[in-house]
Design a protein around this ligand. Sequence first.
Ligand SMILES: [Zn+2]
Length: 406
Amino acid sequence: MTQSCRHCGTPLTIEFLDLGHAPPSNAYLPPEGLARPELTYPLRLRACSDCRLVQTEDFAAADALFTEDYAYFSSTSRSWLDHAARYAEMITARLGLGPDSHVIEVASNDGYLLKNFVAAGIPCLGVEPTDSTAQAAEDLGIPVLRAFFGEEMAGDLPKADLIAGNNVYAHVPDINDFTRGLAAALKPQGVVTLEFPHLMRLVEFNQFDTVYHEHFSYLSLMAVERIMQAAGLRVFDVEELPTHGGSLRIYACLQGADHAQTGAVEALRAEEAARGMGEDAYYMAFQAKAETVKNDFLRFLLQARAEGKSVAGYGAAAKGNTLLNFGGVKPDLVSFVCDAAPSKQGKLLPGSHIPVLAPDVLRARRPDYLVIFPWNIGEEIRAQNADLAAQGTRFVTAVPDLRISE
Ligand SMILES: [Zn+2]
């Protein structure tokens, strides 16, 4: 049975990416987990030939995948906190927000963003379904409604001058209902800003390792404008951000609102069109690019193995798991992966079953090669491990293409 587009209902005939089967990217195994079967789910993306929304293929038992509580606390990342503080300052000035305004953040997490509005005396409300992060926000004095955001509940919210959504839009299963909810909760001149990874950069830089089950939609301006329009909204400004390998921040308002469209919208529309994002061929070419990256990475691992060189990894996160499982890599080729998070240490990566160890073992083991999986913070990791490089360890990144330091 052919799946229909989650936005426009067109049968999805374009295969964009097939990564085979993979376990949930955050399903780290305790060592005793090896005595049990491990669940894997198809990891395939299709593109809509009409609205150009790239989306995960539906699969059976998807609900079981999302019932577990993988709480991630945004405030653990210093650079993300800085990003949020700069945004709050910018948008407060741009929209002239003050004590009579109302700000809603969808997926407000642990309050990493809204605390800036509380500090400025601007009334706000977080919407967050995960209890542990919602509690952390409330401890900072931020009112939080524990709920999934959608049209039905949004109609009951106090109307907002600003609705912010950072890295939530790509993760919602029903993007139409979510978008109608945004329209329902806005004041007549209110503004929505959403940040999400830009599909154009994913394709340009071979970022297939940012694909995982919980990430339902892979978005272009082209697709988002269609989805917004169907919900009674329009995009009036867009910014390109460096976060997550290249993200967009779109500004939208109700169709009848006064916000004038900026030149940036027209410029990005033209760029997406010039790259072929309105044509099927653009989407059909990506699988081959992903396979080239995977094969080059495997060739490197096999050669290192043949030469008797040791290979370790850095960063036990979703990106690495997607790459390792697509390549079928096991501990014979990457003997361990280091991660600073104590909650992951002593566990095994899902699928590949590579052990996760504390970073300090790198000093004792001094691998010949260290593969850096989170390429978006590669610079930071190379700097932290400069002493290893001085003793002969070479750094490796697989995406966007295989790179080995001298
Ligand atoms: Zn569609």
